[in-house]
Design a protein around this ligand. Sequence first.
Ligand SMILES: Cc1ncc(COP(=O)(O)O)c(C=O)c1O
Length: 374
Amino acid sequence: MKIEDFGVEIWMNAHETHCRFNIAETCVDSITFADLMQMAGKSQAILGELNGLKLTYGAIEGSARLKAAIATLYTGRAADEVLVTHGAAGANALLYAALVEPGDEVIAVVPTYQQHISIPESLGAVVRPLTLRAEEGYQPDLAALEALITPRTRLISLTNPNNPTGVVVRDDLLQGLADLAARHDLWVISDEVYRGVNQGNDALSPSLAEIYPKGIAVGSMSKAFAMAGLRLGWIVAPPALLHQVMIHRDYNTISVGMIDDLIASIALENREALLDRNRQIVRTNLDILARWVEEEPAVSWFRPDGATVTLLRYDLDLPSRTFCEKLLEETGVLLVPGSVFGVEGCVRIGFGNGTETLKAALPLVSDFLRRHGR
Ligand SMILES: Cc1ncc(COP(=O)(O)O)c(C=O)c1O
């Protein structure tokens, strides 16, 4: 099976461990195990649970405890509508394998995480992009979306909150998208790994799985929950679809690590404290970034209202890859070229990582913009 190179992952693999200032990171500043235990307030009990674990394959589809904790993130969905996966990366790959046949059409709201384009293409589907535009606040144009639907359309995919723009789909448009999908009886894969750390409002924003029976939510411990090291994600979908997914999952996952399952359960059982910590980080950092953008004449943006990432448009005569390579070489600051998302003249910045890193890196980006200015 041939598949396109995964632009953003190849870029990150090459540079993330060698740079001085990583402001390309998408995870909220990862939490330590000790801090999590302290947050849960039961360090000894948790160590006792870990000590008592017999290291088998564990519960194959994810423990009942974990599935129940995940289900609480989705109003109206139950634990039997949850399947635990190897990260959201595993969830997305499994969903496309279960849903897409050669000759199908998939509508992908772009820019997006490349899995949603390249995996269906590799399975023989035709991917039709619906492009989000800065001048429309990166909100989907539902009429344009409906115009892309043909009798061959199998599903629609989106990332919400969006990677790379950081924008959350407006509630009325999300409902409109669900209604439109219902009229055409389409599945919708909603990759919601950044849900939980919106700006402004502490409530979880609506999930597509809460408002549409064929809305499939993909979630993860990696981003909003700051625990990418667990490599643990999930799918929320009707049991009949999960059964189809299980047929593929038996071949490439069997089960996730039982230690990861336990730690994720503890984290989600304490999710308010964890998300409070994480929201504080992204809100502090986004304010710092906003002040910088305001004062930086060579940069403009559409201020995001969620996620940990956003696009910065720069006023330099450099392709985004050259921009990022030179920036890294000259300053040690890592950003992501917009070109890996098919957007030129932009870079993606992550604002979920350490505040001190962001504070140290932004003046270096300003110096770079001065040196290379038109
Ligand atoms: C939108 C989106 N989906 C999925 C993933 C993969 O996440 P995980 O670490 O849970 O596999 C990422 C990682 O960057 C992402 O941005």
